[in-house]
Design a protein around this ligand. Structure first.
Ligand code: NZQ
Ligand code: ZN
Length: 390
């Protein structure tokens, strides 16, 4: 295991009926609130009205940044920064999924960034400066953004989607995790979100660092939890136990718990970010498609032990021959995604031709360290082959 720091300061308020705690939380930072949300799901499920009742009782001055797109754009970040400056915002309050939270993190930081925000914030990839305080209300179990210091922002004109990593500055101060707020998430986003959770766990699990038994056993347990409860949430969208377990799994999958102490970069996320940047597809769907193909592509003598363990521990495969065991595990992952109605081919999400594959392969390598630090290093031709398998 490698040396690491683990200092995740987000105050988690997990469970139902806890929104009454919001005014007091906001008052720790000030009265002027930037409320950030997406395309309107919070209006349909009643959360928006509940929030305004609390804002009114608490004499908050609320300014809205609405309409944050899935795969949030740099233009929306610019708009949010302007609102913060014009209204002396004290605290940023994203209410939504990863896109809304990520956009809010970028806004909170970029208030302190001068000049071109794409150039001086996103392209820098790491941010050590100050940020406005962020309080989140999570409505979709997926990214883990509610308890990490990362935000992922897109520039659709340049077809580039990049992650920016902060320190404690970009960590939400407080995150409200009420599973009932995810009852209204439709089947497609529920499945895509869970595919993202599984991907975060798998990206951390398949790593060359030896001796990380704590992280690996926790990851296996979280993967089994998602595999158990996603079908339940799809059948019964308001099953509290299923939604609660998916929500907490999403947070733990990417708050450092299973990733610290390991080195190296993730492979499928780098490939997926190019798919989203070129074709604006749903992040979790891209990951679901890529991951089993990536596993099949890298299966060899060196990777066999971990893929065999994945098959045995996560999928309960009982087979004598190691390679066959690994292959059955990969197939089970694929079949699980199919059973959750996730589109598993690129044409199903509207990508009909290979015309951009080479450029996307070059960029996946250029935008990440997959060619020298992955579980198995991937070069441009590997990436193109994996896209072709999808
Ligand atoms: O926009 P609204 O109307 O809210 O609808 C959203 C959106 O259409 C809907 N939704 C969210 N909560 C809902 C709901 N619909 C009904 N009821 C609710 N309670 O779901 C759709 C997708 O939302 P989005 O926020 O885009 O999904 P997700 O949470 O999967 O976030 C994806 C973004 O996060 C980035 C991804 O790349 C992508 O841009 N990631 C962020 C990471 C991080 N910060 O650490 C890591 C991840 O690997 C990922 O890259
Ligand atoms: Zn992800």
């Amino acid at each position: 295991m490698e040396n690491f720091d683990f200092h995740v300061t987000t105050d988690i308020r997990f469970g139902k009926d806890r929104l009454d705690e919001l005014p007091q939380v906001l008052n720790n930072f000030g009265k002027n609130v930037l409320l950030v949300y997406g395309g309107g799901s919070i209006k349909k499920n009643g959360l928006y009205d509940k929030l305004y009742e609390l804002f009114n009782q608490n004499d908050n001055n609320v300014v809205e940044l609405a309409g944050v797109d899935p795969n949030p754009r740099i233009e929306t970040v610019q708009k949010g920064v302007q609102l913060c400056k014009e209204n002396a915002i004290d605290v940023v309050l994203p209410v939504g999924g990863g896109s809304v939270i990520d956009c809010s993190k970028a806004v909170a930081a970029c208030v302190f960034v001068s000049g071109d925000l794409w150039e001086n914030f996103v392209l820098q990839k790491n941010y050590k400066g100050p940020a406005l305080p962020i309080v989140t209300i999570l409505t979709l179990a997926a990214t883990g953004s509610e308890m990490n210091g990362t935000c992922v922002i897109s520039n659709m004109d340049a077809q580039i989607k990049l992650g920016v990593h902060g320190t404690t500055n970009l960590l939400p101060k407080v995150s409200f995790l009420d599973p009932t707020n995810t009852f209204s998430v439709g089947a497609y986003q529920t499945a895509a979100g869970s595919a993202d959770i599984l991907s975060h766990l798998m990206e951390n699990y398949f790593n060359a660092t030896e001796g990380t038994e704590v992280q690996d056993e926790i990851a296996e347990g979280l993967m089994k939890t998602v595999i158990k409860y996603l079908p339940v949430a799809l059948d019964e969208p308001d099953n509290y136990t299923a939604r609660a377990n998916l929500m907490w799994a999403s947070t733990l999958a990417l708050n450092g718990l299973v990733g610290k102490g390991k080195k190296g970069s993730w492979s499928c996320h780098a490939m997926e970010h190019e798919l989203s940047a070129f074709y604006d597809i749903t992040h979790g769907v891209g990951l679901a498609m890529l991951t089993p193909r990536w596993m099949a592509h890298i299966l060899d003598e060196d990777t066999l032990p971990k893929l065999q363990r994945f098959a045995e521990e996560v999928w309960n495969v009982k087979e004598k021959e190691p390679k066959r065991t690994a292959e059955i595990g990969i197939q089970k992952l694929y079949d699980f995604f199919v059973s959750c109605h996730i589109p598993m081919t690129l044409p199903e999400v509207g990508i009909q031709t290979e015309e951009n594959f080479e450029e996307m392969g070059q960029r996946a390598v250029a935008h990440s360290s997959i060619s020298n630090q992955g579980f198995v290093p991937l070069h441009e031709d590997d990436v193109v082959s994996i896209y072709r398998e999808c």
